[in-house]
Write a new protein. Structure first.
Length: 198
């Protein structure tokens, strides 16, 4: 129905549409709490974090623009990787799933990785890019891993420590940055701002 299509969800909204919203937010990596059909404070925080991470107006209201971007984020359609240049220094095959060879990668991730490569003036090796759900499970990835959304990469820069890579990644604007010093790599993603040590 036309009215339902243009429905705006916000703090205090209730019902099945809110439950669907909460499920989609969780799939996109923004935790709204329990999918209980009640648009409360946790859902409001998740919506605002999603809006901020995607360059939308941060008002906590799920209107057409926010809904369209959320639908785009959760409907990832991977395809077989090809030998295609994505930027000056990155090729599509570098980001292919190690299990099935498929790929889905967000352009923003490539743009930030290229900016990081330019800032460091050193080659970047992608050790993990896109992961299909099977591969993500096999490697012990988080259930809502941004690797499955094409929004994350684990990288190694020869001669540069993971902590140094993390500092440079901070400067170019990555949202999520994880330092895995023992394993020798850095996780970077284009989600909301998070910092951790693995």
């Amino acid at each position: 129905m036309k009215g339902e299509k243009n429905l705006m969800l916000k703090m205090g909204s209730k019902g099945v549409k809110v439950t669907e919203l909460q499920s989609d937010l969780a799939k996109a990596g923004f935790n709204p709490g329990a999918a209980d059909g009640i648009f409360g404070p946790a859902t409001d925080r998740a919506v605002k974090a999603f809006q901020q991470a995607n360059g939308l107006v941060v008002d906590g209201i799920v209107g057409p623009a926010t809904q369209a971007k959320l639908t785009e984020r959760v409907n990832v359609k991977p395809r077989q990787a090809q030998n295609k240049q994505l930027s000056k220094n990155f090729n599509e095959r570098e980001f292919a799933c190690r299990h099935c060879g498929q790929i889905h990668i967000e352009p923003e991730l490539i743009n930030k990785l290229q900016a990081l490569r330019d800032a460091l003036s050193k080659p970047i090796t992608v050790t993990s890019g896109y992961r299909c759900p099977t591969h993500n499970k096999n490697v012990g990835g988080a259930s809502q891993s941004r690797h499955m959304q094409g929004q994350a990469a684990d990288i190694v820069v020869p001669g540069v420590s993971p902590a140094q890579v993390a500092r440079a990644a901070e400067r170019v604007g990555f949202g999520g940055i994880g330092i895995y010093a023992k394993q020798g790599f850095t996780h970077v993603d284009i989600g909301p701002r998070r910092r951790w040590n693995g």
